[in-house]
Design a protein around this ligand. Structure first.
Ligand code: ATP
Ligand code: MG
Length: 236
């Protein structure tokens, strides 16, 4: 499991994330939910290692992550833009990180097949990203992120590049794939509906603070602050 202990991030004295404590269980889909500038991405980037916390510690299964560079952390972050390699096919995109890891050709092939099956893109293995729909591109990016079997998957606004109709469809599909893979997931979203639909638990953030942590039901039915009630829209 993931343990975030007294994590704080300042930029030139401005506190973007205030002393934050969270424990996220194995296999959870945990959403950081909040408005623009509430510190969601900064906290996620601290987990990924792209930002160094000003204070506090981050542990994954007991291992201290703070001093590890991003690529040595047993996690993967999927970017909102997907960052697929445009000149590579779907299977080459998925294989990329595995080859870098020095796996044998056969092992890479087998793993790519498993990933294609997981995201149900076997038939499109030879296509290039520009020949895919937005939702399909997202699934390739997800397959690539999961290929190495990370313990933790980080998603920053995973639906950000999709149009509204596709969003609700992909929410359930994404949950399905994540649950099947068994990976623990922390996702960032400003969309309460998305958090409610996808997450096992939600941390509601405001100005760098976590205001409330709970299941979607708990947050919706028992908001502990006016802020939470208004943000979730359970009070008008
Ligand atoms: P959004 O929904 O708009 O993406 P967010 O919740 O992800 O918002 P963050 O990107 O975490 O917000 O930013 C939190 C605060 O920290 C903002 O006020 C932002 O301006 C500030 N901030 C983020 N990165 C930096 C940086 N590198 N230098 C200075 N300030 C930063
Ligand atoms: Mg953000």
């Amino acid at each position: 499991y993931l343990r975030i202990v007294d994590v704080r991030k300042e930029f030139d004295g401005f506190v973007a994330v205030d002393d934050t404590n969270l424990t996220i269980r194995k296999g959870e889909i945990f959403a950081l939910l909040g408005g623009s500038g509430s510190g969601k991405s900064t906290l996620l980037r601290c987990l990924a290692g792209f930002e160094k916390p000003t204070a506090g510690k981050i542990y994954l299964d007991g291992q201290l992550l703070n001093d590890l560079p991003p690529y040595e952390r047993p996690l993967n972050m999927m970017f909102q833009s997907y960052a697929l390699f445009p000149h590579m096919t779907v299977e080459q995109n998925i294989a990329f990180g595995l080859k870098q890891d020095g796996l044998s050709k056969e092992a890479v092939k087998k793993r790519v097949q498993e990933m294609l099956a997981l995201v149900q893109l076997g038939k499109l293995a030879k296509r290039k990203p520009h020949q895919l729909s937005g939702g399909q591109q997202q699934r390739v990016a997800l397959a690539r992120s999961l290929a190495k079997g990370p313990k933790l998957l980080l998603l920053d606004e995973p639906m950000g590049a999709l149009d509204k109709k596709l969003r609700s469809q992909m929410q359930l599909e994404l949950v399905n794939i994540i649950e099947k893979s068994g990976v623990t997931c922390v996702m960032v979203t400003h969309d309460q509906e998305e958090a409610m639909t996808m997450a096992t638990r939600i941390a509601l953030m405001d100005q760098g603070w976590i205001r409330q942590v709970g299941t979607p039901d708990e947050i919706y039915e028992q908001p502990t602050s006016r802020f939470a009630a208004e943000f979730i829209g359970s009070v008008n």
